[in-house]
Structures are given as C-alpha cells and as structure tokens.
Design a protein around this ligand. Sequence first.
Ligand code: ZN
Length: 250
Amino acid sequence: MKPVVKALAVGLIAAGVGVAVGRMLAPQPKPIPTEPLGKLQYGNELFAKGKLLPPPVDEMTRYTLETEGQKPFAIVVSCSDSRVPPELIFNQGLGQLFVVRVVGNIINEENLASIEYAVEHLKAPLIVVLGHTQCGAVKAAVSGKHLEGHLPHLIEHIAPAVRYVRSTHPHLKDEALVERVIQENVRYVIQNIYQRSAIVRKHYELGKLEFAGGVYHLREGKVEWLKLPEMLSGNPAGGKPKGEARNAHH
Ligand SMILES: [Zn+2]
C-alpha cells in the first residue's frame, strides 16, 4: 500500500467510518451481556420465553471447576420453594451461582456467613436477594397464625417487613398486603446484609460488590427487579452508600 493510501485508510478507520460501514451492511445482533446482573437478566429472559440455552454442566466444566476451583459471578439469596430454583430461572450452570436458600429468603447468622465466604474468599461481585410471589413463609408471617416446631423462629425474621408495610400502607389487605411484604422483605434482607456484615460493606465501598433485589413471578417465570433500599441506591459498582444511612450500622 502506498504511504498516502495507507494513511488515508488508517485515518478512515480511526474516524470510525470502517465500523459504521460494517454496521450498515450487517445488522448487529443484540450483544449478550457480560456483566453479572446483565447475565442474570438475560438468562431469566430466555427462561421466561422457554428458550433456555444448555448451561455449562458437561464433563469439561466439572473438570475445570474441580481443578481450578469455583468463581461464581453472583450470590443468590432465595427461598427454598421448589418453584424457584435459581440456576434454572437464570439459565446458569455449574460454578456460576453461589446459592443461599432458606424459606422466606431470610438472613440469619449462618447464611450471612455463607455470603461472607463467597464475597471474601470467592470474590463474588454481586449479591441478589430474590423473593417470589405466593411465598408461603410471607403469607404465614402476614396471617399471624400459630405455627408448630421451629417455624415461629423462622417467621420471626419476616415480622419486621410485615410491621413496616402495615405502618406505611395501612390500607393494604390480603393479596396486596402479601405482595408488598414480599417486596419489602427483599429490601429488608438486602439492608440487613449490608448493615450486619463488615466484609460486605468493605467490598461494596471498594466498588467490588453490587446488590440487586427482585421478586420472581411464578406464572410468568419473570423476575421483577426492585428499587434498592435508599442507602444502596448509589449502585451499581463504585457507588457509595448515601448520606446518613452510612452511619446506620449496628
Ligand atoms: Zn417462599
């Protein structure tokens, strides 16, 4: 190529003309997200449409995970309900999600420690708290009915969200009340994880950890993503907790 022509070609490419021409010729397919929350949202879209892609569960994946260890890209705190398996509804395979499941997607010392392990030692960059419609634990907490065995202990964790919704939305009843508590319980759990774990706060403040909260709708198969609690609305990554809430640790 003659120097002048070469310079012109380089100039054109530098100006982005080459890229623009390429785009005009072939329509670009929507790129598959590569950041953690985007991957979950994309996976859930596929699931809801019944277009699951085969997740990595093959022999090679198992070998790599065994020899190199796990590096999950998200921690999912969800209910044990058999209708809400995180790997399926987000279309993920082995080694991708670090799942903490307990009825009512509540936080206790043991699952807080599980989250801390995944944040500190596995460097998982996203915590998702996932509630779901028709959650039996939330319904029980709202109804206030007598329960046997260890159940009252578990339901007690949902009581603050029930009290909060009853005081802020006194007009809500039945289904609407349960729906709202399901959402507030997700926010309450996110807030709890943040306030109770110094490890989580450290990674969040370094911009290495994000939060997301959602409610999975059983019939539609879709996750409705929620607005985060005020103190974390500086998300995504790099965002600092805002204002007074920063000092609200206990
Ligand atoms: Zn549930």
